[in-house]
Design a binder for this molecule. Structure first.
Ligand code: FAD
Length: 319
């Protein structure tokens, strides 16, 4: 079967890998591999690794919460609410910091996106701006853009927030474990992870050090000190010789997405499939905060739908 995939982000490339037995072509509007994801990629299971045949590293992640003074392992309601307000725009939900037990995760290799793009037929610089009916299409472009293309009336307000990351290499001390710290301090990173010599910090705002925007080296070094529970970083600089290099700041434009009406979301995806033979895949095309583990399941469902599930089944499968 011939299948066209719109978008060479992680969802599009994952689908291209999983659907290899078909004649798959990926159209990407950028002129090079977009590499839209800049945080550490970690998964709850080995499903993405199994689906792509790309080996992942199975790690135990040690977790803690920096409360402004020390690293703690039992958050209070106040911590939970501060963290939730910080990452969800003042809405209070249960968040991952509730459970700071160590957890097993699967970490993707650094060149995961390049590896997924290998042996995939990819056409760069190709913006899809109209539906095609000659064969099935999997779209990973954001839902509002697709709504415009097919002339959907009453497009709702899609809201989202950017996420910034700081990436750096820790050349000393060496880390042979994976550690994640959450943070409830205002105007700081909300999650910091050390994995091997990689440091990743995630922010809901543009990283800024004492009114000096983009002073990423200082911010990265300070985050590392938090892992040592110390207020006077200079002591540790001398004793441990902490060195942070290759620091970069990156912005993920659609970082966190705010939900839209769920019935409308499903209705639009069902309409796209029934009327245009277009299947929605990935975080932005289905407008829900999912991880790639969930995308693996969705690719399997889409393939089943392409193999002739009737309209009734298609409706049931759109979720
Ligand atoms: C801080 C942070 C941490 C995260 N951590 C994880 C994690 O650990 N594990 C995980 O699974 N997920 C994680 N995610 C989520 C993950 O980053 C996203 O789910 C993923 O990047 C979305 O990929 P995508 O392929 O769906 O969309 P995109 O990356 O946006 O890909 C869509 C592609 O379509 C192209 N496109 C758009 N319109 C057109 C058009 N008209 N014609 C042609 N091409 C077009 C775009 O150029 C783009 O390349 C995290 C997200 C954030 C913000």
């Amino acid at each position: 079967m011939k299948i066209n995939i719109i978008g060479a982000g992680m969802a599009g490339l994952l689908a291209a890998n999983m659907l290899r037995r078909h004649e798959v072509e990926v159209s990407e509007r950028n002129t090079t591999l977009p590499k839209n994801h800049t945080a550490l990629l970690r998964f709850r299971s080995g499903a993405v690794s199994d689906a792509t045949g790309i080996p992942f590293e199975k790690v135990t992640v040690r977790k803690g919460l920096w409360d402004g003074e020390r690293v703690i392992n039992t958050p209070t309601i106040a911590h939970l609410n501060r963290y939730s307000a910080m990452v969800t725009d003042n809405e209070l939900h249960d968040r991952s910091i509730l459970n700071l037990e160590s957890a097993v995760r699967w970490v993707a290799p650094r060149d995961f996106i390049e590896l997924m793009a290998r042996n995939v037929r990819l056409e760069f610089g190709k913006t899809v701006d109209r539906p095609r009916m000659d064969h099935p299409v999997i779209s990973t472009m954001p839902m509002p853009a697709m709504m415009k293309i097919v002339g959907w009336k009453d497009i709702p307000a899609f809201q989202f927030k950017p996420v910034w990351t700081i990436k750096a290499k820790i050349t000393a001390p060496k880390s042979h474990i994976c550690q994640t710290l959450y943070n409830t301090e205002e105007m700081e990173w909300y999650r910091a992870t050390i994995h091997g010599d990689d440091l990743t910090l995630e922010f809901m705002h543009q990283p800024c050090w004492e009114d000096e925007p983009n002073n990423a080296e200082i911010i990265a070094a300070h985050a590392v000190f938090r892992f040592f529970n110390e207020h006077k970083p200079t002591d540790y600089t001398e004793r441990l010789g902490i060195k942070v290099e290759n620091v970069s700041i990156n912005k993920m434009a659609i970082g966190k997405i705010m939900p839209i009406n769920d019935t409308l979301r499903k209705e639009f995806m069902a309409y796209l499939t029934e009327k245009w033979n277009i299947f929605s895949l990935g975080r932005f095309a289905t407008w829900r905060n999912i991880l790639l583990d969930d995308v693996v399941q969705d690719v399997k469902r889409i393939e089943a739908m392409m193999h002739g599930a009737g309209a009734y089944d298609r409706r049931l499968m759109v979720s």
